[in-house]
Design a protein around this ligand. Structure first.
Ligand code: FAD
Length: 278
């Protein structure tokens, strides 16, 4: 069969490749002087099937409105009366419910996993070379709300047996202004157990787990005590919720483990600008 593929981006070129492989006579028509010069040119290069998610998601309509007013906006809408565009927009809005999102994500995941298998085969068959790395994706959430919002994604990942690791969900229970009595040594001389923990980031590097705590000040043994509790979760001896419960107990007796001091380092101090100006 004679086939015309319109557009020589990654989709057009790979479609043409498979069609030609199946014995068809294929012509790729591209308006640019070469292939892969538009969207497929210099994207982030990430191949993460487990990460693929539909745009149509709960909260998208509000987000989209905000995007439209951003300086570097990820979304541009050129208003025109186009029935196809209007119908597409309505379908998008209809799919922004939690149930539709999960359903669609599951479909995308199955397709993405199939695509990855094809890509692996393509690599072997053509010996194409690029900076392929297979270390997975590290996703950073800045707020507890964002982290909680991943529950639907995680349910789908579990269902499709996509490997994932939630590194610091338990840690986020400690971020913010809290009474840290549980995490405070009996020798602590601070007047109040109330402290604001700005950040508690957990990441893994090979077989090392790095935990970075950021705050204006800490109580005596606070960091070691927090790390000890996170270690209990990491070792599977505590459920994540136990960290939150330990915090709420405001009782040193509720502490799981006070981590040893080895490996605890002061990283840096940040002074407010201007305070020490001459
Ligand atoms: C900033 C950015 C980062 C991204 N990062 C990632 C990532 O990390 N991982 C990932 O998987 N995806 C990523 N993507 C998405 C990915 O790049 C696109 O999904 C993919 O490139 C789309 O390929 P395509 O072939 O469909 O489109 P395109 O690459 O846009 O190809 C379409 C081609 O059709 C041609 N064309 C259009 N109209 C005509 C016409 N009338 N006649 C002739 N030719 C025509 C165009 O010139 C173009 O070359 C990213 C996208 C962007 C913008």
């Amino acid at each position: 069969m004679k086939v015309i593929v319109l557009g020589g981006g990654v989709i057009g070129v790979s479609t043409a490749y498979y069609l030609a492989g199946a014995g068809h006579q294929v012509t790729v028509i591209e308006r640019q002087p070469g292939v892969g010069l538009e969207t497929s040119f210099a994207n982030a290069g990430e191949i993460s099937p487990g990460y693929s998610a539909p745009w149509a998601a709960p909260g998208l309509p509000i987000k989209a409105i905000k995007w439209l007013f951003m300086h570097h906006r990820p979304l541009v809408i050129r208003p025109k009366i186009d029935p196809a565009m209007i119908l597409w927009g309505l379908a998008l809005l209809r799919n922004c419910t939690a149930a539709r999102y999960e359903h669609n994500k599951a479909r995308m995941l199955a397709l993405a996993q199939y695509s990855r298998t094809c890509l692996e085969q393509l690599r072997t068959d053509t010996n194409i070379q690029y900076d392929q790395r297979m270390k997975g994706t590290l996703q950073l959430f800045r707020t507890q709300k964002q982290l909680d919002g991943t529950a639907a994604d995680i349910a789908v990942l579990k269902r499709f047996d996509v490997g994932y690791e939630l590194l610091d969900r338990a840690a986020q229970a400690l971020v913010g202004l809290h009474d840290f009595t549980t995490f405070r040594s009996v020798h602590c001389q601070a007047r109040s157990p109330l402290k604001t923990l700005d950040r508690l980031d957990v990441r893994r590097e090979g077989d090392r787990v790095l935990i970075a705590a950021t705050a204006r000040s800490f109580l005596h043994h606070q960091v070691r005590s927090m790390v000890g509790c996170l270690a209990m979760v990491g070792m599977g001896r505590w459920a994540e919720v136990r960290v939150e419960q330990a915090l709420a107990a405001r009782d040193r007796g509720a502490l799981g483990l006070n981590a040893p001091p080895e490996g605890l380092y002061f990283v840096s101090a940040k002074y407010p600008e201007g305070d020490f100006a001459p």
